[in-house]
Ligand binder design. Structure first.
Ligand code: CUA
Length: 333
């Protein structure tokens, strides 16, 4: 019996380098790129990257050029001193000077700030595998509780207060700034200033278990006045349809034991807050578009979308009940 597998020959020809270059460049734009900065820190990181890339390229060319010149015998009349000059100059003096300059350049980028009482604070608590988000504005009476989506004002420094519930996570919005670990039992702080309104993507940058790669969040940067209006809106209850059939099923199925909905049920704190969930861009911490259909899929079997998630499956509920809950949640704005 011979192998009947069809033989496939693919010829990439000149397309391959062009495609590779396209892929490389496409990684540098978009809503999750440290090289398309939309924040003060991201700009500095991006500058550091380009300075180092340019420097490394020049040094690479110098080393290769010297090696090539030596191979081709282009050094005219070498004396016994020539190797020593090359070794001391190129191997000791040159790297010391270059690394010294880079050290000074890098040290200047180290954060230097202190907590200020009149600054907006956003507490982000990492959990396997989602983000608890609490906004504390200076003149705000009651904190605004949310999850898996972060809203920011442009041109205003925001203090992130980072903690973890279980293991080490790392909070990172590549377009806006550097990353910082969230360590159980400790509080770490990060000052970020977004510069350009838009929608970006944040991620967990430290392996934290099975669904680490599915622990993301949307970041929405507003003009300051729009941000204030947004935050103000979040201090009031969402529109909850009183005769919505999904609301009854949500309450009778025990969803409220884990999830809070402002103005409806305040007890649940195990899972993400669902007040205003209808206005969020994604569900499951950045893993799927927020649509009634995806919400229904999630409620039916969350582990299918996010392996090892702690929320149980609700396969036992009739599909029409799940669809009703999904519709009810989608309308919470
Ligand atoms: Cu949380 Cu990785």
């Amino acid at each position: 019996m011979h192998d009947t597998k069809p033989e496939i020959t693919i010829s990439f020809g000149p397309c391959l380098p062009i495609a590779a270059m396209g892929l490389l460049l496409s990684g540098c734009v978009g809503r999750q790129s440290a090289l398309a900065p939309a924040g003060h820190d991201a700009e500095q990181i991006s500058n550091l990257f380009w300075v180092m890339t340019a420097g490394a390229s020049i040094i690479w060319a110098l080393v290769l050029g010297t090696a090539l010149a030596a191979t081709l015998g282009l050094f005219k009349n070498p004396t016994r001193l020539t190797p020593n000059i090359l070794i001391v100059g190129g191997g000791v003096v040159f790297p010391t000077v270059i690394l010294g300059i880079l050290l000074i350049f890098g040290l200047r980028l180290l954060p230097n700030w202190q907590s200020e009482p009149d600054r907006l604070q956003i507490h982000v608590h990492g959990e396997q595998w989602w983000w608890r988000v609490v906004y504390r504005a200076p003149d705000q009476i009651e904190p605004v509780i949310s999850a898996n989506e972060i809203h920011l004002p442009a041109g205003q420094a925001v203090e992130f207060v980072l903690t973890s519930a279980d293991v080490i996570h790392s909070f990172w919005i590549p377009s806006i700034g550097g990353k910082l670990d969230m360590i159980p039992g400790r509080t770490t702080r990060l000052l970020l200033e977004a510069t350009r309104p838009g929608v970006y993507r944040g991620v967990c940058a430290e392996y934290c278990g099975t669904s680490h790669a599915k622990m993301a969040f949307a970041v929405v940067v507003h003009e300051p006045k729009d941000f204030n209006a947004w935050l103000e809106d979040r201090t009031s209850d969402p529109n909850i349809g009183t005769d919505d059939p999904g609301r009854k099923i949500f309450l009778s199925s025990g969803c409220a034991a884990c999830h809070r909905i402002r103005g409806l049920t305040e007890i649940g704190s195990v899972g993400p807050d669902l007040s205003h969930i209808g206005s969020r861009r994604t569900i499951g911490a950045g893993i799927a578009e927020n649509t009634p259909k995806n919400l229904a899929r999630w409620i039916t079997d969350p582990a299918h979308m996010k392996p090892a998630v702690q929320m149980p499956a609700y396969r036992a509920l009739p599909p029409e009940d799940i669809a009703a809950i999904a519709r009810f949640l989608s309308n919470l704005n």
